[in-house]
Design a protein around this ligand. Structure first.
Ligand code: LLP
Length: 421
């Protein structure tokens, strides 16, 4: 069961009314459900219960310290994309042997720090990076465990900015060169080649695409073994898409209709690829971000004004693209609902922020219950790539973050002050 839902006509999180939270803590405000974070983690772990595996939460999706502590307590691992995220992971209590490090442009100091912490492995993206890691490892008398990220040139049905698995992107080593590079890397001093890494993109909801990637990775593992290499690990990355449309429903809300993401769940996506991945007899690693945290968070905002301009109605809210950039950057869909429903008419509106940019919007031509100044709205499924992508643009203070735990509310990041600008 999802933790954000309507109880009669009131949107609640776990047992708490979100209207009360908005009035007490102010808006814009990110609100997370501790139970939802646990639920999504446990659903994934349940799929892998009979598989030798390690799930490493992709910190880039949401690096709030309290959220990381909840995940570390669940016993999973973490994937860091920078030295900052490595520090956050260690501080939150993830054991080094459950931390991986990914990224196409790791700096020397970041590599050295990762090696000194003796983390599980580094996902490596080029021959030059193998050489740099080798030099650093030799200098500090450490052995670097690496997985080679391979670009399998797979077309992914997702936004072009979140597609990473085909040739013209900057990611990974070309499939054609993978065997030769792996053979060479396994001989490089200071390097222990453990396996292959693949991450084809983000918000992919199509099981067939993942299946194609899984088959390609397993075929490569077999080819490497036929060449005499010992391959013990296969990192299948993240990217498991989530449902954004119709996340909550209520008789007083308009229906989003049938959409590409209808009914998609991480469990279904993972269950479809797991039998193929297991054929490799490798330990399976994954790096899910969105599929753990997207549904665990929402952004609360308040209606400042409504106005009609020509044939358009604008709902102007106190959150802006600096708080949540996904609609502006990727034209992403987020369901937007009032915290309190009444049997008002449905109207076609644009929900926009207060910034001086036409690109500052959350929804265009969206059917919504009629709302007025002072009403509170929830922008749903914003736990992933929400707060972490926020900025101070237009001199705005970044929003506060709050975690609901049953009937308790814990402020997990204070709203920025003017002095912090
Ligand atoms: N592993 C690697 C190497 C990654 O680059 C990413 C995400 C993940 C795992 C986690 O992917 P996920 O399970 O969250 O899909 N800002 C964009 C998404 C960018 C994804 C970047 N890499 C958005 O808001 O949609």
């Amino acid at each position: 069961m999802e933790q954000f839902r309507y109880q009669e006509n009131e949107l609640i999180c776990e047992g708490t009314k979100l209207q009360d939270i908005a009035e007490q803590f102010g808006t814009p405000l990110y609100v997370y459900s501790r139970q939802s974070i646990r639920d999504h983690t446990r659903w994934i772990e349940q799929v892998f219960r009979e598989t030798n595996h390690l799930s490493c939460y992709a910190i880039k999706a949401n690096g709030n310290r309290e959220i990381l502590r909840v995940l570390a307590q669940e016993g999973i691992g973490a994937d860091a994309g920078s030295i900052g995220e490595l520090h956050l992971a260690l501080e939150a209590g993830f054991p080094p042997e459950k931390i991986t490090f990914s990224g196409v442009g790791k700096r020397d100091d970041e590599i050295e720090f990762a090696l000194r912490q003796n983390i599980h492995s580094l996902n490596v993206e080029s021959e030059e990076e193998v050489n740099v890691i080798s030099e650093i490892a030799e200098r500090i008398w450490m052995k670097a465990r690496i997985l080679l990220r391979v670009n399998f040139d797979i077309e992914t049905p997702t936004h072009k900015y979140t597609s990473t698995g085909h040739k013209h992107t900057k990611f990974g080593i070309e499939r054609e060169k993978a065997v030769e590079v792996a053979k060479w890397a396994s001989t490089v001093p200071g390097i222990e080649l453990r396996g292959i890494h693949s991450h084809i993109g983000s918000q992919i909801t199509d099981a067939e695409t993942f299946l194609q990637a899984a088959r390609e990775v397993v075929e490569l593992v077999n080819e490497l073994r036929a060449n005499g290499l010992e391959i013990s690990e296969l990192n299948f990355g993240g990217g498991f898409g989530v449902q954004y449309h119709d996340y909550v429903s209520h008789p007083l809300l308009p229906n989003d209709g049938e959409q590409a993401d209808s009914g998609v769940t991480t469990v279904k996506l993972l269950e479809s690829v797991l039998p193929v991945l297991r054929e490799s007899k490798c330990r399976i690693l994954i790096q899910p971000g969105r599929s753990i945290i997207a549904h665990a968070g929402i952004l609360l905002t308040k209606v400042l004004y409504t106005k009609q301009s020509g044939d358009k109605i604008f709902v102007i809210v106190d959150a802006g693209m600096n708080d949540l950039i996904r609609p502006s950057l990727y034209q992403s869909y987020h369901q937007i609902v009032p915290l309190q429903l009444s049997d008002s008419n449905h109207v076609l509106v644009d929900v926009v922020g207060p910034l001086c940019e036409t690109g500052d919007f959350f929804a265009h031509d969206r059917m919504m219950p009629d709302v007025k100044r002072g009403d509170y709205l929830a922008i749903l499924c914003t736990g992933a790539y929400g707060f972490v992508l926020s900025s101070n643009y237009n001199g705005r203070q970044r929003p506060a973050e709050l975690m609901v735990d049953g009937s308790e509310c814990l402020l997990i990041k204070n709203r920025e002050t003017i002095n912090q600008l």
